[in-house]
Design a protein around this ligand. Structure first.
Ligand code: ZN
Length: 497
């Protein structure tokens, strides 16, 4: 027999074999194999839970070994596998071939839900272990996978009864289901927007391009950023699976049909909450925004150390964390959406109104974001508080939705299913090369604006998205020109001072 627990190490994780040795000696229970405080405390929880449920605790020397020994074990999820391994070693439950067990034991013997059920079951299944014992509260989550034989119960006594009578059931394998687009009429019906703004947001939504909305307060930056979520196409099944898995690791309620993630952390949140880590190595907001939107309202208020951490995932879609000599990674392929006032007092960029901040102060303010981060932002939109706004034209919006469908269909028909913002730009150009005149326009622009090669790549990707929205194979001059205007907004570019 073998009982396995699970320890998450970033997005992946490992199975942990729970071995029990009971031999004559002074009564006591020792746990070895790098248990964390929470795992060591399991000893007390198991002892009392057993007493309260009528099982006999061994009156001998008991050793619990968690193998592999060099892997730190964290969390209360080891309560159940340790309790079951002990019951088996003392002959109180029948021996079952290899199975996975996860769950926290309360003092009255009831079983609580723990984080990480989906990755644990996926890993076990990958290694050929297709049996699991779980708290009832985890059953719904387990049903996402198919072909897992499981026994679940709300408490330890019932779980053991079900195990004795071999009440195995098999998961249905609901998978993760595709969600429909949010109801645009209901969500955007009251939106007072600017001419052309939702068209730019549609480009951002279709290609997953990162966005900076800036300008004086009252220009509708925050509302525009939140509305981007409504335009964003629903997750594809593979993406939904990744999102469900991350939510499982964080212990958030899981569903078979996750919505497009939209994470809006507060600037005062701690770094572990934002990027991940902490005691049990949970994913942070940046990873939970994977395949969705990471929205930083008033971005310069966030700690520069956090903002600079985002550069790496914006490059390759992964967040790497180093703690205690180990490195763990989480996927973090998010669309960064930021808002910022033009200056600390908020008056800069107003037609009427006087900003008293001074050039130095404005510079320091924008330095918090940093040129390197802004360089990774494809679309910069200046919103002037005094410019006219009008209710969203729902007829226009319907046309925009058709264009978004075009882009989605084109994406689905490609070999690489990534959004344009994440595509290899050489692959983009291989499939539809630029004309010589377009190449010249592109090169001249980079030279004139002193844009980095990253800026050049961003132009190609945005131009591709514009062509996709129109359902065209060929990138046209106008696509390139519009891409340039997205990167170089009409308002002053304060970060270049
Ligand atoms: Zn000011």
């Amino acid at each position: 027999m073998s009982v396995f627990g699970f320890v998450a190490l970033g997005y992946e994780g490992e199975l942990v074999r729970v071995e029990v040795d009971v031999r004559p000696g002074i009564p006591g229970m020792e746990i070895v194999g790098l248990p964390s405080g929470a795992v060591r405390e399991a000893r007390e929880r198991i002892r009392i839970a057993w007493k309260n449920t009528g099982f006999k605790f061994p009156q001998e020397r008991t050793l619990v070994n968690l193998s592999p020994a060099d892997l730190p074990k964290t969390g209360a999820g080891f309560d159940l596998p340790m309790a079951l391994a002990l019951l088996e070693a003392t002959g109180q439950v029948p021996t079952v071939p290899s199975y996975l067990a996860l769950g926290e034991l309360a003092l009255d013997g009831s079983l609580r839900r723990v984080a990480g059920i989906l990755p644990a079951l996926a890993k076990a299944s990958e290694l050929g272990i297709k049996r699991a014992l779980l708290p009832s509260a985890c059953q719904e989550e387990a049903e996402a996978l198919s072909g897992i034989e499981f026994i679940s119960a709300p408490n330890l006594s019932e779980l053991v009864e079900n195990l004795k009578s071999q009440c195995w059931r098999t998961t249905r394998g609901m998978g993760v289901l595709e969600r429909r687009r949010l109801d645009v009429d209901a969500q955007l019906g009251n939106w007072r927007t600017r001419p052309g703004l939702n068209e730019v947001l549609a480009v951002a939504a279709a290609g997953g391009h990162s966005v900076l909305l800036y300008g004086p307060p009252g220009g509708g930056k925050t509302v525009a950023a939140r509305n981007l979520r409504v335009l964003t196409p629903p997750l594809e099944p593979d993406e939904a699976w990744e999102v469900a898995r991350l939510k499982s690791l964080r212990g958030e309620e899981n569903h078979y049909y996750p919505e497009v993630p939209f994470r809006e952390p507060h600037h005062a949140a701690n770094l572990a909450g934002l990027v991940g880590g902490g005691r049990s190595w949970e994913p942070g907001e940046a990873s939970l925004a994977h395949r969705g939107i990471l929205f930083l309202d008033e971005a310069p208020q966030f700690a520069p150390s956090f903002l600079q951490t985002l550069r790496e995932p914006l490059e390759d879609g992964w967040l790497r964390l180093a703690r205690a000599g180990r490195q763990v990674s989480y996927p973090a392929r998010f669309q960064l959406v930021m808002t910022a006032n033009a200056c600390p007092c908020g008056q800069a960029g107003r037609t009427k109104g006087v900003c008293l901040c001074g050039a130095q102060t404005i510079r320091r303010y924008w330095d918090r974001l940093g040129g390197a981060l802004i360089d990774r932002v494809d679309i910069r939109i200046f919103l002037n508080a005094e410019a006219e706004s009008a209710p969203l034209d729902l007829q226009e919006m319907k046309k925009t939705l058709v264009r978004l469908e075009n882009a989605l269909e084109r994406r689905r028909s490609r070999k690489s299913q990534e959004k344009n913002a994440w595509r290899d730009w050489r692959e983009v150009l291989d499939s539809t090369p630029l004309l010589t005149s377009q190449k010249n326009l592109w090169k001249e622009t980079l030279h004139r604006e002193d844009w980095s090669s990253r800026g050049g790549v961003s132009l190609i990707r945005m131009a591709r998205t514009l062509a996709d929205l129109d359902d065209r194979d060929q990138i046209r001059d106008e696509d390139l020109l519009r891409a340039i205007s997205f990167r170089k907004p009409a308002g002053e570019q304060y970060w270049q001072n």
